[in-house]
Design a protein around this ligand. Structure first.
Ligand SMILES: O=C1O[C@H](COP(=O)(O)O)[C@@H](O)[C@H](O)[C@H]1O
Length: 350
C-alpha cells in the first residue's frame, strides 16, 4: 500500500487560487484530499526536484512573469515559499530542473525566451543566468512568431532541449552551469507545431508531440552531438476525426515499453507500444479522459496509475495502467480541481 502526494498546476483566471495538492491512495485506488497548497498567480506548470525537497512553479505576478521556488515538507507535502525570480512580461508555460537541482530552465510561449537559473543549497533561485530570445515563424495562423513551449534536459544533462511551436523547431543547447549555447536545430514539418518531448530510457530515441498536426514524431537521438533524425510520424487522433484537436503532453513508461500522448478536442490519451530495436511506435488504443481538454497527465511513482487533468471541465481522472499491455482502465473521474493544467508527484514522474 502506498500514498503518493501530487500537485496540480492551474490557471488562476477563474476560481483557482494557485497550486493544489492531493493524495493518490494506491490501496483504495482513489484520488483524495484535494486542497490548496500555495496561493500563486497562474502556476500552470510545476516540477518537483529528484530529491523531493523542492517544487518550482511558473508564476504570474502583476505584469511580471517568472518562477517561484518552494520547499516541500517531507511527510505532508506542505509547500513553503522560498523565493521568486521574475521579469517584465507574460509568465512562462514550462519549467524543468536537472537531477542534481543545480539548474532550473523555463520556456515562455509569449515572450519567446528560454531562461536558466542556478539554484542555492536550499533550492531557492538566483537571478537568471541566461536569457535566450528566439526568432522565426511558420505557415500556421498560430505561428506568427516563436512560441517556446518546452525547455528541459536531455537524460545525460549535457544539453537543454527547447521546443518552438511557432517556428517548428527542436533546438539543442549545450548546457554548462546555466550557460546555454545553441549547437543543433531539428526542423519538424512546416505547420506541425511541436510542443513537448520525452526520451526513451535507452537515450537513443525521443518522442515529440506536435500540437498543431496532432502527431508523435519518433526521433533518433545522437547523444554525442545532441542532434535528432526523424524515424516515424504517427497520428494521435483517428483519421476520421474532423473537429479541432490540439496535441498536448507526451510521456513514456520508465521501462521504455509504452508511449502516451494527450489529445485536447478528441479528449483522449493515445497509447503506443515501442519497438525496442527501432524505437518506432505501434498504436494500441485511445482512452477517453472523461473530461474536456486534457492539458497534461502523469504516470504516478508506481507507474500503476495515470492521472489526467481536464482543463476545461475542471477535473482530474484516474486510470489504472496495465504494465504488460500498456492499456488504461478508468478508475475515478470528475475529481474537482479548478482550471487544472499539469500534475506532478513527489517521487518519480513519468
Ligand atoms: O498548450 C498551450 O499552451 C500555450 C501556452 O500557455 P500560456 O499559459 O503561457 O498561454 C497556450 O497559450 C495555448 O493556448 C495552449 O494550447
Amino acid at each position: 500500500m502506498a500514498k503518493f502526494v501530487g500537485y496540480v498546476g492551474t490557471y488562476t483566471k477563474q476560481d483557482s487560487k494557485g497550486v493544489y495538492q492531493f493524495t493518490l491512495d494506491t490501496d483504495t485506488k482513489a484520488l483524495k484530499d484535494v486542497k490548496l497548497a500555495a496561493e500563486l498567480g497562474n502556476p500552470t506548470y510545476v516540477t518537483v526536484s529528484d530529491d523531493q525537497k523542492n517544487l518550482y512553479a511558473v508564476t504570474k505576478e502583476g505584469e511580471n512573469g517568472g518562477v517561484t521556488a518552494f520547499s516541500i515538507q517531507g511527510e505532508t507535502g506542505e509547500l513553503t515559499k522560498l523565493n521568486i525570480q521574475t521579469a517584465a512580461g507574460s509568465p512562462p508555460c514550462h519549467v524543468s530542473v536537472d537531477h542534481d537541482k543545480n539548474t532550473v530552465v523555463t520556456a515562455n510561449y509569449h515572450t519567446t525566451n528560454i531562461v536558466s537559473y542556478l539554484t542555492n543549497e536550499d533550492g531557492s533561485l538566483n537571478p537568471a543566468t541566461t536569457v535566450v530570445e528566439h526568432e522565426g515563424t511558420g505557415p500556421h495562423e498560430r505561428q506568427e512568431k516563436p512560441h517556446m513551449h518546452y525547455a528541459g534536459f536531455t537524460p545525460d544533462e549535457k544539453y537543454v532541449i527547447a521546443i518552438d511551436l511557432g517556428s517548428d523547431r527542436v533546438i539543442t543547447y549545450a548546457a554548462d552551469q546555466g550557460d546555454l549555447t545553441q549547437v543543433q536545430v531539428f526542423n519538424t514539418a512546416p505547420g506541425s507545431g511541436p510542443r513537448h518531448i520525452t526520451f526513451h530510457p535507452n537515450q537513443k530515441y525521443a518522442y515529440v508531440m506536435t500540437e498543431l498536426s496532432s502527431e508523435v514524431l519518433v526521433l533518433h537521438y545522437d547523444e554525442k552531438d545532441g542532434s535528432f533524425t526523424e524515424q516515424q510520424a504517427i497520428k494521435t487522433i483517428p483519421e476520421d476525426f474532423n473537429e479541432t484537436n490540439d496535441g498536448s503532453a507526451i510521456h513514456i513508461s520508465s521501462d521504455g515499453q509504452f508511449v502516451y500522448a494527450g489529445n485536447r478536442g478528441h479528449n483522449s490519451i493515445a497509447v503506443y507500444k515501442v519497438d525496442q530495436d527501432s524505437g518506432q511506435l505501434t498504436f494500441i488504443e485511445w482512452t477517453s479522459t472523461e473530461g474536456n481538454w486534457p492539458r497534461d497527465f502523469v504516470l504516478d511513482p508506481s507507474e500503476e496509475f495515470l492521472i489526467a487533468t481536464n482543463q476545461k471541465s475542471n477535473t482530474m481522472t484516474l486510470f489504472e495502467r496495465d504494465k504488460e499491455t500498456g492499456k488504461l482502465s478508468l478508475v475515478q473521474s470528475d475529481v474537482h480541481v479548478p482550471e487544472p493544467v499539469c500534475v506532478k508527484f513527489i517521487g518519480e514522474n513519468k
